[in-house]
Design a protein. Structure first.
Lengths: 210, 618
């Protein structure tokens, strides 16, 4: 059988000794650490068009990005909404999420917020109401609010960063949590820093107009 | 729903706006008022959303549309009745999508396809996904049930924007008759600008039927869409430094080089500095393969020398490529010792699959110019005789060319070799001949054994690997090609069988296309993998039941020819030349050696430098 082509076989060829890691980064054997996943917040300003949320959630899912939460709400501009995503990815993955989101035509701008960003989420908990005083005490401890109190159940809300909400949920476990609903994180950059560039431009335009 | 639309093909040397053509298309009563893409203000006022859609397409300079009629798209077709644009009725919507895709590849301008709602739209999906992965400019217009019925599971309703969201660059659900023309204009512009890709506008019947006097404005991309043009100056300088200090540089040209019309710039740069050029599959034709510097296609079935060059280079200047896995093999062994300079117009491609040491964001042509200028400046100071410095590296690349030649064995008593068919057709046709293919072994032989010297002459399904792409894409290419340019299609028996109904279109329009079916009575690539990786267990891959393609062709009204596996070289040459000489569609059913396989081959996920040359090396 004369099938195939001529030339030195694979094991007769010189092969380079270099390698890349799974992210396609050339490996320096001295520092061949794989990037660790980290949890971070991305904020995207998007146009209020039908299907934007579906597009974003579809994108996250089909590219297998590891997402912890996604929130969406309107802004001062009736034409835009802010989407806040909490993701857990190694650094190249974070960059990919950011860039893939930015490619969506209805996404106006995207940014990863720094560790100092102001982040909040809200949880509404429905617990058994047999011990109202104790429930009130825990609610106060977490600066929460009682939304509804009946003979058998008490509903409270707690807001805070992710850690505080986690802790509060732990604390309410003693009463027996019937149901809870968490919003996921929403966030803004701290201080005078703008969360997304596009809003800064719009704010300045409106200032000059008035 | 199938009242026959008039189908016409204006002569290519007569613009679609030509009065005679317009009269011909529009019938007796509308000739004086026919649309004119050039002078936006038309005598024929817009009265409906459909007319606005048609006006937007005319305004964008569209000459040909590929589509299939159907209930929800009928208002748009009704408006087309009065347009000078040429509608090509295809046999199947998938064919319409591939034809539009190929039209976009050959012409550089977005191809247009139309389909009705529901099955019409879902039949476009394969073509959209194909165009999406290959960044081909294309716009799809789909009919939709009336807005008030959306969500009710109406007859022929499908969630078209939902279904196509992952396979389009952007898609739109047209909201009202007043804005629908502008939406189509925006979708067209978006398909064309920046990184090209398919867009879709879903057109509910109440919107297309809706009354409006709104003339569409010139199509524009959204304000927020701002693709990069020039790369950052400092980034260019550091990247140029890296290239200048390379010992073994290689240029990896991707499809973006063709999309950006940057082939001349690539050639000037590579030739002036003497840098070997490897291409990806979509970039075949970007760099003339008859040049000493051409290492041709790299990757799974790339040439041995291209894969050796990539494996051993120390700087890889990659332009407009997304580092597909069929190119890279396993990333851990891809160009393992190279610093990578990656130029791309899409920031998301930078460091997506392979880390870019020197990212350059911009248009391929602009970036090549910038790097070229930066190197010129360095050469003037301290990089004297760079070209000579790389002489040894070029010698080594040339040695690989002779060490791993693309010479297949063809003993006298062996059945017809597919490579010989490809070479014979190449020899019998002009350099500017357009080659389209299906997907499989024949596609690889068509890329390996044909010498491509010009951009936009290689039309194939690269990223999605869509079997059945060959014939409809040949039809689309035919409409985009110059009149004196030949269009040939290499197909496999399995691939051809998937879309051969489009022969009816080729025959009806008397399109000069020659299809060469490299018939091995198998889905050969699968059969090759079964033999190599599945212990020869040939499950569902052997097709001894394929029909007689020459007879099929004749039944459709095309010419049919058969080459037997035992035919000698001169018989093959005679039939090839007769088929090519026929001014109309023809099919050559070439029965090839069914045992022939595609080599070199980098097994999936393997190292490019460890390509095998025969099955026993697997």
């Amino acid at each position: 059988m004369t099938e195939g082509l001529q030339g030195p076989a694979p094991d007769e060829r010189p092969q380079p000794s270099g390698r890349r890691n799974a992210q396609g980064i050339r490996i320096d054997p001295a520092v061949a650490a794989e990037p660790e996943p980290r949890r971070t917040v991305l904020s995207a300003l998007v146009e209020n068009e039908p299907g934007v949320l579906a597009t974003i959630s579809g994108l996250v899912s089909r590219r297998q990005f590891n997402i912890e939460s996604l929130t969406v709400g309107t802004t001062t501009n009736p034409e835009t909404s802010r989407v806040t995503l909490v993701i857990e990815e190694p650094d190249p993955g974070v960059r990919q999420v950011e860039k893939q989101l930015d490619k969506v035509i209805n996404v106006i701008s995207v940014r990863e917020l720094g560790d100092d960003a102001v982040r909040r989420e809200l949880v509404v908990l429905n617990v058994h109401g047999e011990e109202p005083d104790k429930v009130n005490a825990v609610t106060d401890m977490y600066d929460g609010e009682t939304l509804d109190a009946g003979p058998r159940t008490i509903t409270v809300q707690i807001t805070g960063d992710e850690q505080k909400v986690d802790d509060a949920i732990d604390a309410f476990q003693q009463f027996g949590i019937r149901e809870l609903a968490r919003t996921g994180q929403t966030a803004l950059a701290r201080g005078e820093e703008w969360t997304t560039h596009a809003e800064e431009e719009r704010y300045e335009r409106m200032q000059t107009q008035s | 729903m199938s009242e026959q639309q008039p189908t016409h093909r204006p002569d290519a040397d007569e613009p679609a706006t030509d009065a005679a053509t317009a009269e011909d298309v529009a019938g007796e009563d509308a000739s004086a008022e026919a649309a004119s893409p050039e002078d936006g203000a038309d005598a024929r006022p817009v009265t409906t959303g459909s007319e606005s859609v048609v006006r937007a397409l005319e305004g964008a300079g569209v000459e040909h549309l590929f589509g299939v009629q159907g209930g929800a798209i009928m208002p748009v077709y009704d408006a087309l009745y009065d347009s000078a644009m040429d509608h090509v009725t295809m046999a199947h919507e998938q064919g319409a999508a591939h034809a539009a895709d190929a039209y976009g590849i050959v012409s550089g301008d977005p191809g247009v396809c139309l389909a009705t709602s529901g099955p019409g739209a879902t039949n476009l999906v394969t073509g959209l996904a194909d165009a999406s992965l290959d960044s081909d400019p294309m716009i799809a217009l789909t009919g939709q049930v009336p807005s008030s019925m959306v969500g009710s599971d109406a007859f022929q309703e499908a969630d078209t924007t939902g279904i196509t969201s992952p396979v389009t660059k952007a898609n739109y659900f047209a909201g009202d008759a007043d804005t629908v023309g502008d939406t189509v204009g925006e979708a067209f512009a978006l398909a064309d600008e920046g990184r090209q890709g398919p867009t879709l506008v879903d057109l509910p019947k109440d919107v297309t039927n809706g009354a409006t006097e709104q003339e569409p404005t010139a199509g524009r991309t959204p304000e927020t869409y701002d693709p990069p043009e020039r790369a950052d100056t400092v980034a260019i300088e550091t990247a140029a430094d890296a290239i200048a200090s390379a010992e073994r540089p290689v240029i990896l040209a991707g499809g973006g080089v063709i999309k950006a019309e940057a082939c001349d710039k690539l050639r000037e740069f590579a030739t002036e500095y003497g840098v070997p050029v490897v291409t990806t599959m979509p970039a075949v034709g970007a760099f003339p393969e008859d040049s000493d510097l051409a290492m041709e296609m790299a990757g799974m079935h790339g040439t041995g020398y291209a894969n050796m060059a990539i494996t051993h280079c120390d700087v890889l200047f990659a332009i407009g490529t997304r580092f597909d896995d069929r190119l890279t093999g396993g990333v851990e062994t891809f160009a393992p010792e190279a610093e990578i300079v990656h130029a791309d117009i899409d920031p998301a491609e930078i460091s997506k699959n392979v880390h870019a040491d020197y990212p350059l964001l911009g248009d391929a042509g602009t970036v090549i110019d910038q790097v070229h200028d930066a190197l010129d400046e360095e050469r003037d100071t301290d990089m004297a005789a760079t070209g000579e410095r790389w002489e040894d590296w070029r010698e080594r690349c040339l040695e690989w060319k002779s060490e791993y030649p693309m010479d297949y064995a063809a003993p006298d008593d062996a059945p017809l070799k597919p490579q010989f068919v490809v070479e014979t057709v190449d020899a019998a046709t002009a350099d500017d001949t357009i080659v389209t293919t299906g997907v499989g072994q024949h596609q690889m032989w068509a890329v390996q054994y044909w010498t491509y010297t010009q951009p936009r002459t290689w039309v194939s399904s690269h990223g999605l690997g869509t079997m059945g792409y060959g014939l409809p894409s040949a039809i689309g290419a035919r409409f985009a090609a110059d009149d004196d340019q030949s269009v040939v299609c290499f197909d496999g028996d399995g691939s051809f069988l998937m879309t051969l109904q489009e022969l009816a279109v080729a025959a009806r329009e008397n399109l000069d296309i020659t299809v060469f079916v490299l018939n091995n009575e198998a889905v050969g690539m699968v059969r090759q993998w079964q033999d190599g990786f599945f212990e020869g267990r040939r499950m569902a891959s052997e097709y001894p039941w394929v029909p007689d393609f020459a007879t099929i062709a004749e039944a459709f009204g095309a010419r049919g020819y058969t080459i037997d596996a035992t035919d000698g070289a001169s018989e093959v040459e005679d039939i090839v030349s007769e088929a090519l000489g026929y001014d109309g569609p023809s099919v050559v059913d070439a029965h090839i050696d069914p045992t022939e396989n595609v080599y070199p081959m980098v097994p999936s996920g393997g190292a490019n430098g460890e390509f095998v040359l025969a099955e026993e090396q697997l």
